[in-house]
Design a protein around this ligand. Structure first.
Ligand SMILES: [Mn+2]
Length: 320
């Protein structure tokens, strides 16, 4: 099988992927990736140091700029928190590059599932149309077979819990995530849906109805209790656009990271976790004029005053 040289891909990033890979080559990449993903647990358990990347949303140029900034595998260990496709029109390029890197360096790059790696979602938000335009609609199904095998969460050095969305009222032990069988397609409600869809809120302590109309919002007390119950010290998740690309919330126990610059006038960030589990960040500013993308329902409805005061609290804990 043909593996692209990374720098070749970079040079040809203006060239359509259709001229690089035939449909059969794409399907081979997907099948190989699926077999590797199925050797992994639904809860990945890996160790720091590593870098953690949030939503990418089909922006291939953004991904290449990120690699230029943060380095790539095998030198760096990378954990991606999902949402590879939709909104941007290069979801195939983004996923296929990450899958190729996974095939080549399976112990250096880890890919979690996001709420857009669900067929009902990426049929509506652009990925189906992209597949149809580039390779015909059939290949969209092949991607779903790969997406539904992605792991759902990751525990870093036994202490940092990483997930696309957030916590769940049904998450009483990490074993429940290990027990999730894949391939899986979560529907309507339950643990798997919450891991992909829930959001933190600074507006209260408990569980609240989500403005997304799906899953929940969870407050500071829920985060504190989960840290105790799961014996973790920090939650890192993506799923929401935040102005600086990262935002510390719910006291100092939760960080949101979002890695597409200019999704809604925002910077992109990547979190770096060292051996001592200290967290720093690398930041990508928006390089071109604001792209007007309708932000709802992905944008957080945060009270920025409260979020800022949270940030002040955590200076001792986090070395930015
Ligand atoms: Mn999301």
């Amino acid at each position: 099988m043909f593996f692209p040289n990374f720098s070749d891909l970079k040079i040809s990033s203006d060239t359509s992927i259709v001229s690089i890979f035939s449909p059969d080559e794409i399907i081979s990449i997907l099948r190989l990736t699926e077999s590797i993903l199925m050797e992994e647990n639904s809860l990945l358990e890996i160790s720091a140091p590593l870098k953690i990347i949030g939503d990418l949303h089909g922006d291939f140029h953004n991904l290449i700029r990120l690699f230029d900034l943060i380095g790539t595998v095998p030198k760096e260990k990378l954990l991606f928190l999902g949402n590879y496709v939709d909104i941007g029109m290069d979801g195939i390029e983004v996923s296929v590059l990450l899958f190729c890197l996974k095939i080549r360096y399976r112990d250096r790059i880890f890919l979690l599932k996001g709420n857009h790696e669900i067929p009902a979602v990426n049929k509506m938000y652009g990925f189906y149309t992209e597949c149809d335009m580039k390779y015909g609609p059939g290949i969209w199904w092949d991607f779903q077979c790969c997406f539904n095998r992605l792991p759902l969460a990751c525990l870093v050095s036994q202490k940092v819990f990483c997930v696309h969305g957030g916590l769940s009222p049904e998450l009483t032990s990490l074993q429940e995530i290990r027990d999730i069988q894949r391939p899986s397609e979560p529907i309507s409600s339950g643990l798997e849906m919450d891991l992909l869809w829930s959001d933190p809120t600074n507006r209260g302590d408990g569980w609240f109805q989500s403005y997304r109309g799906i899953s929940y919002l969870f407050g500071k007390r829920v985060v504190d209790e989960a840290c105790k119950r799961l014996n973790i010290s920090l939650i890192i998740r993506s799923h929401m656009v935040v102005p600086d690309g990262f935002e510390v919330m719910n006291g100092r126990r939760l960080i949101t990271v979002f890695s597409v610059a200019n999704y809604a006038g925002n910077a992109a960030a990547v979190l770096c976790v060292n051996e001592k589990l200290e967290v720093t960040h690398q930041k990508l500013t928006a390089p071109y004029p604001l792209l007007q993308v309708p932000a709802f329902p992905l944008t957080a409805n945060l009270d920025s005053t409260i979020a800022l005061s949270d940030m002040k609290q955590v200076k001792i804990f986090l070395k930015f």
